[in-house]
Design a protein around this ligand. Sequence first.
Ligand SMILES: Cc1ncc(COP(=O)(O)O)c(C=O)c1O
Length: 396
Amino acid sequence: MNKEEFLSKYGVDRRNTSAVKWDGMQEEFGRSDLYPLWVADTEFKIPESSIKALQQRVAHGAFGYSITPEGYYDAYFNWQKERYGIELHKDWLRFGTGVVQSLSTLLQFLTEPGDSVMIQEPVYHPFRHVVENNGRQVVANQLVDFGSEYKMDLEKMEEQMVANDVKVLMLCNPHNPVARVWTEQELTDLLELCRKEQVIVISDEIHHDLLPSDKKFVSALSIKDGFYRDNMIMVDSPSKTFNMAGLLISHVVIPNPQLRDRYDQQQEILHGPASNILGLVAGEAAYRDGADWLDGLLAIVRDNYNYLKEHLQAAFPEIKLTDQEGTYLAWVDLSGVVAPEDLKHVVQDQAKLAVDFGSMFGKSGAGHIRINLATTPENLQAAVSSLVKTLQENQA
Ligand SMILES: Cc1ncc(COP(=O)(O)O)c(C=O)c1O
């Protein structure tokens, strides 16, 4: 689907629908008149096939305890196999109500209180929170900024793993917020290191369908034909791809039977969530018929990114953006034009942008902002004009 068709068919005003991004702006930013470019969801309806499937299910009217429909497994497994060559099995798969909720459950049985868990900053901030809230220690390895892309520092990682007796690595692939899609070689090197140091890998692949570039996504599950699978757990969800975070559905993929038993035991203790039938119904239809919808979304993300980069850098060549390999979240380094301590005042108070500030993702994110590109061109373009104008006025 092309961009114009997607916008006219799926664009929707989310105001006054209890949408965090719009209706939660007052609480988060203290005002509600900002350009909404924060929280990672989109301004678009879910695929038509999902809307229809939900309508049918809702019309039925009964919502008692539910099991996972067989069709869900087929649709999700086909999607993964056809697009990425990932072979999944039904007995590996567990469901949750959200990826972060699953990350928390995983840490509870993979580690003991006080154990060290490695994250790679700057990274999606709940990674740190989930470790700390469970009474575990964060070991923050810093990604290295090469301007247009960030890379992993495996040497430093190894040092930190050994020094802190790290038990688990939380990998983000594609990486939010720096927009990297890790290559097969990078993942192979990383997984080999984790195997050597006996560090279990949790691979958060929630952004894996969001590929506005021609970069190929490789799942950690597929590296060396699954050689490292016993040492890893993969989490993902249809929620990020198809904009259904409010439907509370996520996957936990555990190929190793011992780890799976321990996960199941932990779920018993927590009386963990079963499955949410509305999320399953919408997700199944999206995996079956949502490819065209996804093409439309990615066309918008791509154009919005190009617009953002072109207009910011035309006005201020010092502004740096990483390449948008994956995710719909652009990572913009404004440190060349605004002092980090003034960033919030300039971007939020003066230019009126509601963005996520880089320091939220770790100290190394200071001076950056994360801009959500999964929005209408009007919203993005108005925000860019406002930012450029503010920066120019401040310089005058
Ligand atoms: C890397 C990553 N993991 C997890 C999530 C959230 O997942 P959920 O809403 O299923 O908890 C996000 C949301 O942006 C994310 O970027």
